[in-house]
Design a protein around this ligand. Structure first.
Ligand SMILES: NC(=O)C1=CN([C@@H]2O[C@H](COP(=O)(O)OP(=O)(O)OC[C@H]3O[C@@H](n4cnc5c(N)ncnc54)[C@H](OP(=O)(O)O)[C@@H]3O)[C@@H](O)[C@H]2O)C=CC1
Ligand SMILES: CC1=C(/C=C/C(C)=C/C=C/C(C)=C/C=O)C(C)(C)CCC1
Length: 317
């Protein structure tokens, strides 16, 4: 009898929580969310020499955060640091290879010794091979998984202990719309991995009642940064879902981060293929992808890469 009472009580409590969460989420879409202050927080951004990484650095600098910038491209990273310093914040740069676990751990040890405890982590660095599976060298496929997915584990293992000690921090995962639904590309598996990592980390923190450590998942559609140059959907629909402006993407992401939102799809329209992927039968999804050009969107991108390779602009690493 006691078991029965307990489960009925738990069920009622769960239903109250569930109703509250739904009402709250609906309300939040209409209200302007309260944004947190990150003045003085120490924020580490990976891929800071890249397009979105640089814009993230500048937005965090505008909010008064101190920066630790990581990238494998030293010159691009230094350029980001220069721009951020002009906004009056302290910036520390590190050259690191995120595809190597030891490089991540060694650099993290240096950061802790030379700068201090990181309280915000923006896992932004990402790569794509963008070749057909059978044409793609194993090393390139492996690199996609190492940088986009494995690195999230090592980064979190390196910086979460300090956050846990204070029950204070924020871990941002820059994944992709292609982490929620897929097309033909090596990148999707790595971003699905990133989404899974974010969710399981979020559950782990909740299960340990560490409610001072927030997580945010960022899932943008194509952003006009050059990383996916050539990737495109059906011509007639391109004006309906145009590639995103890099600054808009980062500003929307910042709003979600500062509102401590659990996830954001940019643009909002991307919630639709995310939902229909789960709701519709597989072949129905294939039919809609075919109609919209989502099934072959990577082909012109791959052609681009092949052309650059044959011209000697890109070499296999
Ligand atoms: N652009 C887009 O359409 C979209 C991008 N995203 C995601 O947003 C994030 C940023 O993308 P974006 O700014 O466009 O890409 P960029 O290529 O401009 O920036 C990525 C940065 O990460 C660096 N990087 C790559 N590999 C490593 C490594 N092994 N170790 C350290 N640093 C590394 C790159 O250096 P280098 O240039 O020298 O390789 C580059 O500076 C990525 O995670 C991407 O997957 C999500 C949705 C859409
Ligand atoms: C697959 C697919 C689509 C195309 C998505 C594309 C082209 C996404 C590209 C995302 C990128 C490049 C993300 C980088 O991280 C549509 C038309 C929305 C319809 C639903 C299925």
């Amino acid at each position: 009898h006691n078991y029965l009472k307990e489960i009925i009580l738990d069920l009622l409590l769960m239903l109250i929580d569930l109703t509250y969460s739904i009402l709250n989420a609906v309300l939040q879409t209409f209200l302007r969310p309260r944004l947190k202050c990150i003045d003085g927080e120490l924020c580490l951004i990976t891929g800071a020499g890249g397009a979105l990484g640089r814009l993230f650095a500048l937005e965090f600098a505008k909010e008064g955060a101190q920066l630790v910038l990581w990238d494998c491209n030293t010159a691009a990273n230094e350029q980001t640091a220069k721009l951020a310093r002009e906004l009056g914040v302290q910036v520390h740069t590190y050259t690191v290879d995120l595809s190597k676990r030891h490089s991540i751990y060694e650099t993290a040890t240096k950061v802790r010794a030379e700068v201090g405890e990181v309280s915000m982590l923006v896992n932004n660095a990402g790569v794509v091979a963008g070749r057909r599976l059978l044409d793609c060298p194993d090393e390139l496929l492996e690199r996609t998984l190492l940088v986009n997915c494995h690195a999230l584990f090592w980064m979190t293992k390196a910086f979460l202990p300090q956050m846990k000690a204070k029950n204070h921090g924020h871990i941002v995962t820059v994944a992709s719309a292609l982490g929620l639904f897929s097309t033909a590309c090596d990148y999707c598996a790595s971003k699905f991995g990133a989404v899974g990592f974010h969710e399981s980390l979020t559950h782990e923190l909740r299960a340990e009642d560490l409610d001072g450590i927030k997580t945010t998942l960022v899932c943008p559609y194509i952003v006009d940064t050059g990383m996916f140059a050539g990737c495109e959907i059906r011509k007639e629909l391109r004006s309906l879902i145009p590639p995103l402006e890099p600054l808009y993407t980062v500003q929307q992401s910042m709003k979600a981060i500062l509102a401590e939102q659990q996830m954001i799809c940019i643009p909002r329209l991307m919630y639709i293929p995310f939902l229909t992927r789960a709701l519709l039968p597989w072949d129905a999804n294939v039919a809609t992808y075919r109609f919209m050009g989502g099934d072959k969107c990577m082909l012109p991108f791959i052609k681009n890469v092949e052309m650059k390779m044959s011209n000697g602009h890109i070499k296999l690493s």
